[in-house]
Design a protein around this ligand. Structure first.
Ligand code: OGA
Ligand code: MN
Length: 294
């Protein structure tokens, strides 16, 4: 079957057909997916009824897998292999997470605009999210095109952001959700990392804004000024013209490039409705800045 892409918006997102993610991919197929990603930043592959093993095999075509996305969950309570980010609202026994469940509360961070693993020194390249059981009217996933957002900045702002470096940490995003207490070992494991605010895509050469809910400071700036500026940029970057809203169909496989996009999930009735989403994530080439003690 020929591989075809159909753009979903003027800037971001396309449906890709003709790829069967259940089978081993040829180098040409991998190259076609990567070319589609470079162009559209988000690809929707419908009808991919995958096993976990098939999802892992498909994902490995796009770089080394990131592990430990659910590292705050005790190993014996994991529902999925540690190579998965379990984005469902289910516990190991298949029961829905209670309202005050730790994992549920931390996962509410996915409702804030973010880029996956921007709090890691080597952040994520692709996220690959498989909709095993989906919600239809709610629980949409929204994606913002950070290339288009960069392009639309005025020249003065482009010059101002060009060399800025931000601190990213899970502590900062959790603070936005009202978490105030962090254990000493959490402060170590969630120690801020530095990331450039402007990234250049290694293949296309396009610049993009690297924003995320995990940002809590800009190097050399007073913190309140940094927070206010990051908020302004967020607001700019998530204007509807830069956003693709994905409404899920069962067995959609959605791939996004964390280097050039942000995303968030919208609210749904997670105490009563099952949503089983499983994410694999590949690592990018290296730190966005030479890492130093933040
Ligand atoms: C993710 C995420 C969005 C969703 O998997 O990284 O933010 O729709 N999830 O569940
Ligand atoms: Mn995410």
């Amino acid at each position: 079957m020929p591989i075809e892409t159909r753009p979903l918006t003027p800037h971001i997102g396309a449906v890709m057909t003709g790829v069967d993610a259940r089978r081993p991919q040829t180098p040409a197929e991998v190259a076609a997916v990567e070319a589609g990603m470079d162009r559209h930043a988000v690809l929707v592959l419908p009808g991919q009824d995958l096993t976990d093993e098939q999802q892992l095999d498909f994902s490995r075509n796009f770089g080394p897998l990131e592990e430990g996305a659910n590292s705050t969950v005790r190993a014996n309570e994991l529902r999925l292999a540690p190579t998965f980010a379990d984005v469902s609202n289910l516990d190991k026994s298949g029961a829905k997470l209670a309202r005050d469940n730790e994992r549920r509360m931390a996962a509410l961070g996915n409702r804030l605009w973010h880029s996956d693993a921007s709090f890691r020194a080597v952040p994520a390249r692709y996220s690959i999210l498989s909709g095993r059981i989906v919600t239809t009217d709610s629980g949409n996933t929204e994606f913002a095109d950070m290339r288009a957002a960069y392009d639309a900045l005025d020249d003065a702002t482009k010059a101002e952001v060009e060399d800025l470096v931000c601190e990213h940490s899970l502590i900062y995003s959790r603070q936005q959700l009202g978490f105030t207490e962090f254990l000493p070992d959490e402060r170590v494991s969630m120690k801020p990392v530095l990331q450039r605010l402007v990234r250049t895509h290694p293949v296309t050469g396009r610049k993009s804004l690297y924003l995320s809910a995990h940002i809590g400071a800009i190097v050399g700036w007073p913190r309140p000024e940094a927070m206010a500026f990051a908020r302004d940029l967020m607001e700019h970057a998530t204007r509807p013209e830069f956003v693709y809203v994905h409404r899920w169909t069962r067995h959609d496989l959605v791939i996004w490039d964390n280097r050039t996009t942000m995303h968030r999930v919208r609210r749904f009735d997670d105490l009563n409705i099952v949503r089983d989403m499983r994410r694999t994530t590949t690592r990018s080439d290296g730190p966005t800045v030479a890492q130093q003690a933040a």
